[in-house]
Structure formats: C-alpha cells, structure tokens
Design a protein around this ligand. Sequence first.
Ligand SMILES: *Cc1c(COP(=O)(O)O)cnc(C)c1O
Length: 404
Amino acid sequence: MFTINENYQKLPGSYLFSTIAKKVNDYSAKNPEKKIIRLGIGDVTQPLVPAILEALHKAVDEMGNAKTFHGYAPDLGYDFLRNAIVEHDYRIRGCDITADEIFVSDGAKSDSANIQEIFGSNNRIAVCDPVYPVYVDSNVMAGRTGTYDAGTERWSDVIYMPCTMENDFVPELPKERPDMIYLCLPNNPTGTTITKPQLQAWVDYANQVGAVIIYDAAYEAYISEENVPHSIYECEGAKTCAIELKSFSKNAGFTGVRLGYTVVPKELKCGDVSLNGMWARRHGTKFNGAPYIQQRAGEAVYSAEGRAQLKEQIGYYMRNAAAIKKGLQEAGYTVFGGVNAPYIWLKTPGKMTSWEFFDDLLERANVVGTPGSGFGPSGEGYFRLTAFGSHENTIAALKRIQSL
Ligand SMILES: *Cc1c(COP(=O)(O)O)cnc(C)c1O
C-alpha cells in the first residue's frame, strides 16, 4: 500500500486568504449595498503595456506559421531573453553575471519553492518574521523544519529573524548558525528594505559561516532610493554565497502571464560541486522551459519602449503608495514601507490586533487589507495595504479610512 509524504500533514492550514475571503463574503451577503474596496491581495490590476502586447501578438502569429513556429524552448531559456536580462538587470549595474548563470522559469513562486531541493535535508533555514509563506512551507514539505508549535506559531528547526519597527525592519544576524538564509528585499509584506552596506553585512556573514542566501528581488523595480541595492550581486562576494530570484509579475504585470528567472553563479559551490550545474540538471529534468510567447513578452520588458512604459506603470502604483502613506499619516497612523515597494505596512491603532483592525476596517470603511499576523507572529499588531489598486479605488479607500 502506498504511503504519503507525511510532511504535508504537518502543514498548518493556510487560513489567511481563505479567512479573508470568507469574512468579506459574509459581510457582502449581509450588506449587499456596500461597495467593498480590496487592497488586500498582492496582485496587479493595470493592463499589460503596449510594447508587451505587441510582442505577445507577434509571437502568437509566429506560432501559427510553420517557418517561425517554436516547439520546446531551451530548458534554461532563449538566448534573446537571457542576454537582455544580463545587459539590463546586471551589466548596467556593474554586476558580473553571465547568460549561462540565468535560468528562465515560469515565475518566482515556483523557483522560491523549488530551490530548496538542491540542498541537504539537514540544512537549517533562517527566515524573516513576518515572511512570504512559500519559503517556510516548501521546506516543511521537504521535512526540514521540525515540529510546529501552534502556540508560538513557530517551527522548532527554523531560525526566525523578527523584523519590526523596533529594529527598523532590518533583520539581525542570527545567534544560531543557519545554512540557508531567505531574504526578500524590498520586502513583502512590510514594504521596507535595507541599504547596500546592510546587505553587504549579510553577504559577508554568509561567506564567513558558509551559508547560502536565497535572495528574492521580486520588487526590485519599485526601488526609488539611491542607497538601496537592486541586486545582491552589487555586494562584494555575493557570487560565492547567493542565489537571486526575479519575477516579471510585479515589474511588468505578468501575474497572469507567468515568467521569472533565477541566477545561480558558477562561483557558488559546495566543495567542488557547482550549484549552477545542479540547478541546470534540476531544470532540465523537471521543467520543459517557459513558453516562447512569454519569453518574447519578457524580452519586450527590456526594450526602450517597454522600459519607458513600465516606468510609467510603476509610477502609477507608487503614486498610490505615496497617497496611502501620506493620507494615513495625516490620519494619525504610524506607517512604514511604500517608498521602495508597493506595500504599506501600518501599525494597528491602540492595542488592536491585526484581525480586530481587519474587521473594523471591513465593517466601518468597507476596505479590505491583510492582517500582519497572517505573515508570522512578529506581524501581529500590523496591517498591510497594497498600492496595486486603481488610483480611483485607492483614493476612495483612503477617504473612508480618514473619516473613521
Ligand atoms: C509576488 C511575489 C513573487 C512573484 O511570484 P511569481 O510566481 O513570479 O508571480 C515572488 N516573491 C514574492 C515575495 C512575491 O511577493
């Protein structure tokens, strides 16, 4: 008789977005006349920009002609896309990354969940708290996290690095020694980030203790401040300790298109074994390549028109972020993020818990956000609003919150 991967049984239910949906549905059913504004889930709302649409249409037409048809894509991605990535995401920033270190994929969620499988099952992981849940859950499934304590909401074998207003949301070097360190910067959910010297300290630490950093840069395009690194490879020594994950979802609206990539430098080694070779082998065995059509769309992200149009689109979201931040501050809230990321992280007023504030906001303002405690115990007492709504909805939501 078959058995199952018992590690899945250890996963606590992911109640966050289903609980939110249920609360919102219940409220709507009782109050059908109320117009609810959703600033909860981290999904984009603005349409694909013209340069990308044009590339998609062209690629679709090519697929309908035997002469220009494309079947299986190369496992690691088409050269036209990998070269564009190297040029625009790395070379112009002075990062020495080459095309054979880029692995094109269907997005950063799958890469961030899959990357753990090339590491030993006894490795200890360190994560920020609050955290994007995929990093922890994928390691739970692999049996790397020990046992779950529902009281503390923590896994016995995971090293947690609290990021709160007390430490300016900058994770501190852990006292226990981790083997794999997950960093998401700029951060989802807190919308905050760290400076280049602060990231350099992490790179130095990882090289010193022999840890690997899994660096999720999904929100890189939202960085507006000078001293914030766009890539971990801007730090000296990162090529011997860091893997970087990138997504086209947040910078180009590809949440429904699906495209991302991972950088595994050739210098990143465990003894004599190259992780680049391992990830190439993993990709070749378990992935048949991101679609040609999507990769052409990804190439358009880096064209002159694409870059100009996306700068405009990111500006649109960041004007929302600035409006939310300013409006909430004027209303007396303590607010973080929103400068280098499309998320606003606010302190709940008084002694309200994250869920109490959620209910209050839903019932009195008809605005939906995300309770900070859903991202980890250190998120308790915080609340996330996204800047991904339409400008009209964002301003309307803000007015309602201000009039509470
Ligand atoms: C949105 C997001 C991603 C992107 O995932 P895709 O699978 O590329 O859509 C990755 N990491 C974080 C932290 C995110 O918020």
